[in-house]
Design a protein around this ligand. Structure first.
Ligand code: HEC
Ligand code: HEC
Ligand code: HEC
Ligand code: HEC
Length: 365
């Protein structure tokens, strides 16, 4: 029947070659699209991961394509195997003049770490970033602030791996090294400074909100959540039911500030609230997921690192590296390591090759 109709039509329109061509083109395109859909699957497929007990909605739903795209900086990571010490190898403290942290490394492993530090933190500037352009005899000098900061960074990294393994090894042996935060940049992403007040006081309402800033996560929520909770260690709990709340009266603004922090955490890990909480009872620690406990440790870890390592470096950093409003030192938080991923660098093992950074004790190779 279709054939007869086509014959009639062709006879009536002998010169029209475009209509049949377009018709066949459309049929072809539909066929190709259908084949692609069937063979590749539908493009907006979602996948859910259950994060807590059943029946609580403790599920994180994402586009399957998002979940399967690994952090692109994983491919740029460079590492080197430790060099087995030989009898008679000299230690750095015997060879060099001014090593205060890495003295127990053999000379070969000391150089290996210097080369990798340069790659992780200053791939364009190299050794000169911390040691200047002078010859090697000047390398013991502490003239550049970058070297003094880097020494403290070495201690900070050792401390995180040694004392906060409950966080940085919560799932498997992951740990952190310079690359976890720096990713080939002098200054890691996700650094923050104090910026409050961001507004004028209104009727007793502290002037820290209703302005879109990075620290309010582009919302009207308070811009001082990181400062209060991840530097000053203020109590995060606001619900009337939560145990620790009894002595501490929370205001409405405290509730908004807690929400601001929780938003920040969500964005840093690219998850949502149900990754950690049962949304019917945010206050109930009996209904949380294991990740909630990891996050709680993370909050304590970040407070310690900011107070003990970064804040005191305000004296060392040049003015250009200090906060615009209070000349405070740059500080870090969840995003500095996580960078929008549930686990930094997909949970890659960052200490396997680096016993020097995994602990402050003399390294065992
Ligand atoms: C990110 C900063 C940084 C970079 C980049 C860096 N170093 Fe270092 N370097 C340090 C720090 C910090 C110390 C001191 C370590 C300590 O106190 O334990 C040091 C110490 C040294 C020393 C010992 C000097 C002495 O006599 O006390 C040598 C040698 C050295 N580095 C070589 C290098 C070489 C070679 C490179 C490039 C491949 C390099 N460093 C890149 C930070 C850096
Ligand atoms: C010093 C770097 C660093 C900082 C800062 C950091 N984390 Fe983590 N976090 C890690 C590492 C590394 C892992 C992966 C542990 C593993 O794979 O065993 C991790 C894992 C987690 C997990 C578990 C994920 C899972 O799949 O089970 C949660 C939850 C988490 N972090 C939350 C936070 C929160 C919230 C903050 C800020 C308060 C934070 N982290 C700050 C390094 C960090
Ligand atoms: C947990 C995250 C983290 C880790 C791990 C880390 N750093 Fe840093 N680093 C920071 C932050 C935050 C700053 C402050 C950024 C700024 O200078 O504005 C910083 C600053 C520095 C600076 C000064 C850069 C500049 O231009 O001002 C150097 C040098 C440095 N780090 C070296 C290292 C080295 C070497 C390691 C590994 C031993 C390391 N860092 C590990 C977070 C980290
Ligand atoms: C990565 C884990 C994690 C995610 C994701 C998370 N939270 Fe939290 N939340 C915590 C932890 C840990 C605490 C407890 C902090 C403490 O005890 O100091 C907490 C505390 C709270 C509290 C205070 C509870 C009380 O007893 O007063 C509220 C409210 C809250 N979160 C809401 C949220 C909301 C809303 C979201 C989503 C926007 C969210 N949280 C996402 C880990 C998380």
């Amino acid at each position: 029947m279709a054939l007869k109709w086509m014959n009639d039509w062709s006879r009536a329109n002998p010169k029209d070659i475009y209509a049949p061509a377009i018709g066949i083109g459309i049929i072809g395109a539909v066929l190709v699209a259908a084949t692609l859909l069937v063979s590749l699957g539908q493009p907006f497929k979602t996948s859910s991961v259950q994060t807590g007990p059943r029946g609580e909605g403790a599920v994180v739903v994402k586009f399957a394509s998002d979940r399967n795209t690994p952090d692109p900086t994983i491919a740029d990571y460079m590492s080197q195997d430790p060099i087995k010490p030989q009898p008679g190898d000299k230690l750095a403290k015997d060879v060099y003049k001014n090593v205060q942290v890495l003295g127990n490394l053999t000379e070969a492993n000391f150089t290996r770490l210097m080369v990798s530090m340069a790659q992780w933190v200053a791939p364009t500037q190299g050794c000169a970033f911390c040691h200047g352009n002078g010859d090697i005899s000047t390398y013991s000098e502490d003239k550049l602030y970058t070297k003094v900061v880097a020494r403290r960074m070495l201690q900070m990294t050792q401390n995180i791996n040694e004392n906060w393994s409950g966080h940085v090894q919560s799932v498997n042996e992951a740990g952190v090294n310079c690359y976890t935060c720096h990713r080939g940049q002098n200054i890691p992403s996700g650094v923050w400074y104090r910026i409050d007040p961001v507004n004028k006081d209104t009727m007793g309402w502290a002037a820290v909100q209703n302005r879109v800033t990075i620290q309010s996560q582009w919302t009207s929520l308070p811009s001082d959540a990181l400062e209060k909770y991840l530097l000053e260690g203020k109590n995060i709990l606001v619900s009337a039911q939560s145990v620790r709340d009894k002595t501490d009266k929370a205001t409405i603004q405290d509730t908004e500030r807690t929400f601001s922090l929780m938003n920040y955490i969500d964005n840093s890990l690219n998850v949502n609230c149900t990754f950690c909480h049962s949304t019917r009872a945010f206050w109930d620690t009996a209904q949380v997921t294991p990740q909630w406990a990891t996050a709680l440790l993370g909050i304590q870890m970040v407070n310690e690192v900011n107070n003990d390592y970064l804040a005191p470096l305000a004296k060392v950093f040049p003015a250009s590296q200090l906060g615009p409003k209070y000349q405070d030192a740059p500080k870090l938080a969840c995003n500095t390591c996580h960078k929008g991923y549930q686990r930094p660098l997909g949970g890659m093992d960052m200490i396997k090759d680096w016993p020097e950074l995994a602990s402050s004790a003399p390294p065992k190779y």
